[in-house]
Design a binder for this molecule. Structure first.
Ligand code: SF4
Ligand code: SF4
Length: 153
């Protein structure tokens, strides 16, 4: 099962193209926050950027926490989202171990990555990839090892 991986974030210039592409193409709106991937400064203007996005848990605590099945476990890790079933309770965001779910302050709905990979082509610096979950991204010396370990819990 493929998952979106922010595997080359050292190249990120914080342009938010990925978030804009996700909002536009997946969630059908113009926003850089109502999206499945959001870019944040790593702590200061000189320190670069990090992507906040789903690490494809299996099983997924967000799906277990959702009372309406708006979020459903995807085979192999990660989830599917039926946003029209969301009742804006926020339980999924509280359950997510990596803060990957946005409860939008604008409409109260849950926004999360569904690993469709549409954002990948919009990054001008190839920071993102859609790849198999068990490829080198999750190797023991990977900077994403912690997230991968969480994803397997
Ligand atoms: S906010 Fe929506 S998606 Fe999240 S747990 Fe509640 S109903 Fe489910
Ligand atoms: S990282 Fe968060 S959004 Fe993704 S499957 Fe795990 S709990 Fe759900």
């Amino acid at each position: 099962m493929k998952m979106l991986r922010p595997s080359r974030m050292e190249r990120c210039i914080g342009c938010h193209s990925c978030s804009l592409a996700c909002a536009r193409q997946v969630f059908k709106q113009l926003s850089w926050t109502n999206a499945g991937i959001r870019i944040h400064s790593s702590g200061g203007i000189t320190t670069g950027f990090e992507a906040r996005t789903c690490v494809a848990c299996d099983p997924a605590p967000c799906a277990a926490a959702c009372p309406t099945e708006a979020i459903i476990q995807r085979q192999g890790g990660g989830v599917r989202l039926k946003q029209d079933a969301c009742i804006r309770c926020g339980a999924c965001a509280k359950a997510c171990p990596v803060d990957a779910i946005l409860i939008s302050p604008e409409d109260g709905l849950a926004y999360l990555c569904i690993h469709c990979g549409r954002c990948v082509a919009y990054c001008p610096h190839e920071c993102l990839e859609l790849a198999e979950k068990d490829s080198p991204f999750c190797a023991p010396d990977s900077p994403y090892e912690d997230a991968c370990t969480l994803a397997e819990k």
